[in-house]
Write a protein that binds this ligand. Sequence first.
Ligand SMILES: Nc1ncnc2c1ncn2[C@@H]1O[C@H](COP(=O)(O)OP(=O)(O)OP(=O)(O)O)[C@@H](O)[C@H]1O
Ligand SMILES: [Mg+2]
Length: 250
Amino acid sequence: MIQLSGINKSYGTLKVLSDISLTIGDHEIVTVVGPSGAGKTTLLQIAGSLDSPDSGTVTYDGVEISRLRDKQLSQFRNRNIGFIFQFHQLLPEFTACENVALPALIGGLSRRKAMDKAAELLDMLGLSSRINHKPGELSGGERQRTAIARALINEPKVIFADEPTGSLDSKNRDDIRNVIADLRTRLGQTFVIVTHDPHMTTIADRVVTMADGKIVSETVRRSDIITLEIEEDKTELTAVNDIAESENNC
Ligand SMILES: Nc1ncnc2c1ncn2[C@@H]1O[C@H](COP(=O)(O)OP(=O)(O)OP(=O)(O)O)[C@@H](O)[C@H]1O
Ligand SMILES: [Mg+2]
């Protein structure tokens, strides 16, 4: 479970987030919607440990991530969190397979194992014939699915996505939505998705609406997540307790 409590963030005199509190349950798909400039990306980056709040806390299963040191935080992020960005941010000089394998290599997997796992994931996402293509040789939808595979390779507990369908046509948007819904059902991952896509809310358990740096409403679309039949629960937080303990020992 991820808990944000009393989060404030300003850039200079511009107050971007005001006293935000939000709980994200395991296996939930939460979408964050609201007008441009509302603070959605800022909130996602803070929840995903890529940015720090001025005040307030972010905890993962009770462990406050601001207490982790830089190296521990990177390790925690690498093992437990996946990111999908609007413009996928794939490395242009590497193939789809190499791009997907990268977080696993950083996490310490051998090149052979990382590449095999990347190929498997790309296959699962319907890209088996594209694994050796570079991003410039892929369509927008294929690039976005490659970015999803990259976010999944370390089997993270939670995936943060910032407008994952923002640059896609309606057919590819449908495909990505289905992939996300299917992944949650099969692997039990938690998804937090910032989106302007009105259809994305159809796969959401909860819709959080932001305006002017505040949460103005939360709509529960389904509350039976707990009884969801997850086929394979890969979502245990592997590193957080070890990391927190080693922090306490320092
Ligand atoms: N690094 C920064 N420095 C200064 N201001 C920033 C910075 N990042 C974001 N902002 C400002 O903070 C506000 C919230 O930005 P944010 O990117 O979180 O909005 P958003 O809800 O994601 O918008 P959009 O839907 O357009 O992506 C905006 O007014 C933006 O200009
Ligand atoms: Mg944004």
